[in-house]
Design a protein around this ligand. Structure first.
Ligand code: ADP
Ligand code: MG
Length: 329
């Protein structure tokens, strides 16, 4: 790992402007960086702002959503300052994103080969022949058997796992410096999930990419992530190295997430779930966004939202239980 992060996100805010002047703060003051070769997991329940964080980095947020503040720097390039034409060239070349359901991202009317070669011809100016050859290489690289035949097939002819491999082949075709994987295995069965994650891990090593792994599955985090950011209500509430975060958990929300999964190799006293639901992003409680669901809620938690503070070495938490002078749970 070098000292230069591949990606730096600073105080990012992505808001949705809804009817009745409601504003959904999908991403609200999020800062983090990713170094080359590193896997950083972004975890949290559905609706916490994970996808919008990824889409903001790609500059793919659609109306009524808008990036309203912050900076996103990819290898010293300020992505938010780029014109649409420039960002289109960065997308695919330098950053790529894969999604949960590859069927929606693949075009059903074109063959697998067409879709891979199109990217190569557009971004790499390759001849038809060279692109075809490279497409077969890429399919081999992502572990697709019979690549020479598959290249002539259509997305619907492949299994979910194979389609995800094709998406990964397209994503890595231009050797991006950063890959954003948004719940890449959620739609797949458990054995295939593991294979896809192993593949991402292997490719990350080969290409020296940074990987932002978005997931709601802490088991996946434990296996694959170097660092973890836990997101709730559009904000990062806890951030640390994976082992530290999972074994010396501080935020009550992270604790709740851990308790809700069985068979983790971390000690939990009981199985449970977090009461309540993620509040809609246009209606957070006044103080801490988790205060309505928190088993340790104190008076001040209902009054103001705590800052994300480093409470131990390389361990940041957004919670009044860990303010200076407070003694935790
Ligand atoms: P996650 O990926 O963590 O499940 P998202 O990033 O997709 O969550 O969404 C975060 C929040 O952003 C949602 O809870 C919702 O309030 C808001 N949001 C997302 N997409 C839209 C949209 N198209 N219109 C209005 N609000 C949206
Ligand atoms: Mg999502």
């Amino acid at each position: 790992m070098t000292n230069q992060p591949v990606l730096e996100v600073e105080k990012l805010k992505t808001y949705f402007y809804l009817e009745d002047e409601k504003v959904a703060k999908a991403v609200d003051d999020v800062s983090f960086s990713i170094y080359p070769g590193e896997t950083v997991a972004l975890v949290g329940e559905s609706g916490s702002g994970k996808s919008m964080t990824g889409l903001s980095i790609m500059r793919l947020v659609r109306e009524p959503g808008k990036i309203v503040d912050g900076t996103i720097t990819l290898n010293q390039t300020d992505l938010l300052a780029l014109h649409n034409r420039e960002i289109t060239s960065i997308r695919g070349n330098d950053i790529a994103m894969i999604f949960q359901e590859p069927m929606t991202a693949l075009n059903p009317v074109f063959t697998i080969g067409n879709q891979i070669t199109e990217v190569l011809r557009k971004h790499k100016n390759m001849s038809k022949q060279a692109a075809h050859k490279k497409a077969i290489e890429l399919l081999n690289m992502v572990g697709i058997p019979r690549a020479k035949e598959i290249i002539h097939e259509y997305p619907h002819q492949l299994s979910g796992g194979m389609r995800q491999r094709v998406m990964i082949a397209i994503a890595i075709s231009c050797e991006p410096k950063l890959l954003i994987a948004d719940e890449p295995t959620t739609a797949l069965d458990v054995t295939i999930q593991a294979q896809i994650l192993e593949l991402l891990e292997e490719l990350k090593g080969k290409l020296g990419m940074g990987l932002l792994l978005i997931t709601h599955d802490l088991g996946v985090v434990y296996e694959y992530a170097n660092r973890v950011m836990v997101m709730y209500g559009g904000q990062i509430v806890e951030h640390s190295h994976t082992k530290q975060l999972l074994q010396l958990t501080k935020h009550p929300y992270t604790e709740g997430l851990l308790k809700s999964i069985p068979n983790m190799e971390v000690e939990v006293d009981r199985l449970g779930t977090i009461k309540g639901i993620v509040p809609p992003a246009y209606q957070f409680p006044k103080g801490c966004r988790f205060s309505d669901r928190c088993p340790y809620v104190m008076e001040k938690c209902r009054e103001s939202n705590p800052d994300l503070l480093e409470v131990a070495s390389n361990h940041e938490v957004r919670c009044y239980l860990y303010e200076e002078g407070a003694h935790g749970k």
